[in-house]
Design a protein. Structure first.
Length: 228
């Protein structure tokens, strides 16, 4: 696929490395052309740097890998309000939360993803990749098809094609996509990230606060004696 990456930080590099390895065509852009060129060189695989407007033009998917505080400016740089991202899968991994606390900065009843959709009319926004730190995708771990241990990446969005594209890109970095529902459920995903961040900064392992429910074998007997 033809993928644009807006941003030059750790997540852009981690996911970009996996996608370059999978053979996708990558174009990188950010506020600093020098940083974009340096990242494109590290990604290899023919990745190149471009100005932000070119990054979003003619792409199958665009990753918005910037801090929440910079999202509005980046979308303004690519003239998103004029529809430059219309019809494009726009992957939103942002966390609009108070640093170290995890409290959401967006208004009650809204989400960062829905705000991004409003700023980029026509874009097919998909919430994804916001729960795991960049290091999760950058450091290969044993067990996954691409050398990374499997992780479930919960996503939501309104467009079936965009969800499919995002799912493929998740698999390319060793994850398993799980569709939660439409974009209106993004607030729920973002609250989950705030929960994880808040516990982590308080010194607790967030995974220890979530009960593990065993997955039932589809062929195993149910409680009424039938099979499921």
């Amino acid at each position: 696929m033809r993928i644009g990456i807006l941003g030059t930080g750790a997540l852009a590099e981690a996911l970009g490395t996996g996608w370059a390895r999978a053979g996708h065509e990558l174009v990188v852009g950010g506020r600093s052309r020098a940083k974009a060129e340096a990242l494109a060189d590290r990604l290899g695989g023919g990745a190149r740097a471009a100005d932000p407007r070119e990054v979003v033009t003619g792409r199958d998917a665009v990753l918005l890998a910037v801090l929440w505080s910079g999202v509005a400016d980046v979308l303004r740089d690519v003239d998103a309000a004029a529809g430059t991202l219309a019809g494009t899968t726009l992957i939103d991994p942002t966390n609009a939360v108070e640093h170290g606390v995890g409290v959401l900065l967006t208004e009650p009843g809204t989400s960062a993803a829905s705000q991004i959709a409003a700023w980029a009319p026509g874009a097919h926004v998909v919430k994804a990749f916001h729960l795991f730190p960049a290091e999760r995708w950058a450091a290969p771990l044993p067990g996954g098809e691409n050398g990374t241990a499997d992780a479930t990446v919960t996503i939501c969005g309104d467009d079936a094609g965009a969800l499919r594209i995002t799912g493929e890109l998740i698999r390319d970095v060793g994850g398993t996509p799980a569709v939660l529902g439409p974009l209106e459920r993004a607030r729920q995903l973002e609250e989950a990230a705030g929960f994880v961040i808040g516990l982590a900064f308080a010194g607790f392992d967030p995974s220890s606060a979530i009960p593990r429910v065993p997955t039932q074998d589809p062929q195993s007997p149910s409680r009424d004696g039938s099979t499921t």
